[in-house]
Design a protein around this ligand. Structure first.
Ligand code: FAD
Length: 516
């Protein structure tokens, strides 16, 4: 049995010999075999790393091989998965484990080719509605920061998800870091390796295959219509199309498939110089041993939450629109997180009562609201993907910025009254939250920060309701709403967990009925 030891080391002592020396000091005996189990940075006072380490008397046992349970499914019953995001791909991996043949239908391009579409958006402002920062192999999580922490601990085995990622090429550090992240330079390789696994065991992944319609009979999905023409009969459909597939929500609505409004959040992306955030969090310059500092902020303004969202230290703001004529921003970073900027969403809750259309009358009222704000941001611009922005202090004080500080956003920023462009209640809440932060974190409140519009794709504004235990849609017998788009996940890991849970439910049913 290993002995578990907790040690604390300053950042410059995070080398193998220093860790070993600390273990020897702690145990009072020689140490030859050890394995790091947890690593977290504690910056509450002088920054230190806290490590949890297992010490062994002999070589530690091999780590579990999470791919050993995959089976050959070439002749197994098929299950259709719509969407190759984390929910869809982890559902497919689960299918390999459980003896089902996953057929993944994805509207976008394979992960490498997808880069061309991203370049088109960044350089020429051309948004391909099927291949962009949200759509394409790997889903919205691929060209992101790749943060892998989640609060979804009750939903399944997070370590298993992380081990699957490592088995497909993610850095093993994600197994021990308290706040693991992969980075968008490494994620595409991992996504591609997952596809290879799916194909190797007998599953299929088809690109440029957009679900455009369904043929329904007796509360079942009988046939999938792909690209408006191909008909694919199906016995079970996992619908994992993400929070931006507005055409899918609209198509379900046309068929009377039950969905309901789900509260979400909307606001801006705030970007500071990274050294300023480092000083704010570490109370000293970062130096060479500490990572780019991050933050997480929450405020309550008039009983409504205002919070930072998807913070990307050392990252970039990216154009995340999924259709021409809209401006949407989000954040990503590379694995080294070494850009000179720190960006984060800064958003507030949007509730049913805030919407111009009653969600009781129209379940897509939240989608319409998002769309209106995104189009207003576009209309305020010059017809390109340049985003409206304001210095943070000018946003709060309500004036146009005569100029803007440097920014990471490649298409470029335009000085605009972002405070006037956003719905009034959003501006009021964000403004008040920033004023509150001025007292708590004076460094954050600076004219060197940009406020960029609009951060609108925080989570799904719709829930495609399903039964709690069977994961089936409440009305459609063989439709399995899954992942973020269905309103049951938020983030890469929770979407992956949901994919696995949904596929387990599909397998219980399909394999019990025994047909091909
Ligand atoms: C820029 C950016 C950065 C992010 N950073 C992080 C982060 O650091 N950490 C984190 O946890 N989360 C992050 N997120 C959120 C995260 O990406 C999502 O929570 C997650 O990807 C949701 O997974 P999903 O599989 O449910 O949906 P998605 O990832 O949205 O995947 C849905 C897939 O379905 C496909 N699709 C849509 N419609 C159809 C159709 N009709 N037919 C066929 N296919 C279709 C899409 O092309 C897409 O590939 C980020 C998101 C963005 C946009």
């Amino acid at each position: 049995m290993p002995v578990t030891v907790e040690i604390t080391l300053p950042p410059h002592k995070m080398t193998a010999p220093d860790i070993r020396a600390a273990l020897v000091r702690s145990l009072g005996r020689d140490v030859s075999h050890w394995r790091l189990r947890k690593r977290s940075l504690d910056a509450r006072k002088r920054p230190v790393y806290r490590l949890r380490i297992e010490v062994f008397d002999q070589a530690p046992p091999a780590e579990p091989d999470v791919t050993a349970t995959f089976r050959d499914v070439h002749n197994a019953p098929a299950v259709h998965i719509i969407g190759a995001g984390p929910a869809g791909y982890f559902a497919a991996l689960k299918a390999l484990e459980l003896g089902l043949r996953p057929i993944v239908l994805e509207r976008g391009l394979p992960v490498r080719e997808r880069r061309r579409s991203l370049r088109q958006i960044q350089q020429f402002g051309i948004v391909d509605p099927d291949s962009n920062y949200c759509f394409g192999e790997g889903g919205a999580g691929t060209y992101s920061d790749g943060k892998l922490y989640t609060r979804a601990h009750k939903r399944g085995n997070i370590e298993h998800i992380l081990r699957l990622l490592v088995a497909h090429g993610a850095p093993p550090d994600i197994l021990v870091d308290a706040h693991p992240h992969i980075g968008s330079n490494k994620l595409p390789r991992v996504v591609r390796a997952i596809r290879k696994t799916i194909e190797q065991y007998g599953g299929q992944v088809r690109f440029q295959s957009k679900l455009t319609d369904l043929i329904l009979r007796d509360n079942r999905v009988e046939t999938l219509i792909i690209n408006g023409q191909e008909e694919i009969p199906t016995r079970a459909v996992v619908l994992a199309t993400g929070h931006s597939a507005r055409d899918v929500y609209a198509m379900l609505q046309r068929h009377g498939v039950y969905q309901e409004f789900k509260p979400f959040a909307l606001g801006v992306r705030v970007e500071h110089p990274q050294p300023l955030i480092d000083e704010m969090q570490y109370r000293q310059p970062r130096g060479q041993y500490l990572p780019a500092a991050s933050y997480r902020l929450t405020c309550q303004v008039d009983g409504r939450g205002v919070f930072s969202f998807c913070m990307c230290p050392g990252g970039l703001i990216v154009p995340a629109a999924t259709a021409p004529g809209e401006i949407v921003v989000n954040g990503m970073s590379l694995s080294r997180r070494d850009s000179p900027f720190a960006n984060s969403g800064f958003v507030t809750e949007v509730r049913a009562a805030d919407l111009p259309v009653d969600p009781e009358q129209d379940a897509l009222a939240g989608v319409l609201f998002q769309q209106q704000v995104e189009r207003a941001a576009f209309a305020a611009g010059d017809g390109s993907q340049k985003a409206p922005a304001q210095r943070l202090t000018d946003f709060v004080e309500g004036r146009l910025s005569p100029d803007l500080p440097p920014a990471s956003y490649i298409p470029g920023l335009l000085s605009r009254r972002v405070d006037e462009l956003l719905p009034d209640f959003i501006t009021r809440h964000i403004r008040q939250a920033l004023l509150d932060l001025r007292k708590r974190l004076p460094a954050f409140y600076t004219r060197e920060a940009n406020v960029v519009a609009v951060e609108s794709r925080t989570s799904a504004p719709v829930r495609i309701l399903r039964h709690r235990d069977s994961y089936r849609h409440i009305q459609m017998d063989n439709l399995y709403p899954c992942g973020e788009g269905a309103g049951y996940a938020g983030g890469i890991v929770s979407a992956a967990l949901d994919g696995q849970n949904v596929m387990t439910a599909v397998a219980q049913r399909l394999l019990a009925s025994g047909k091909r």
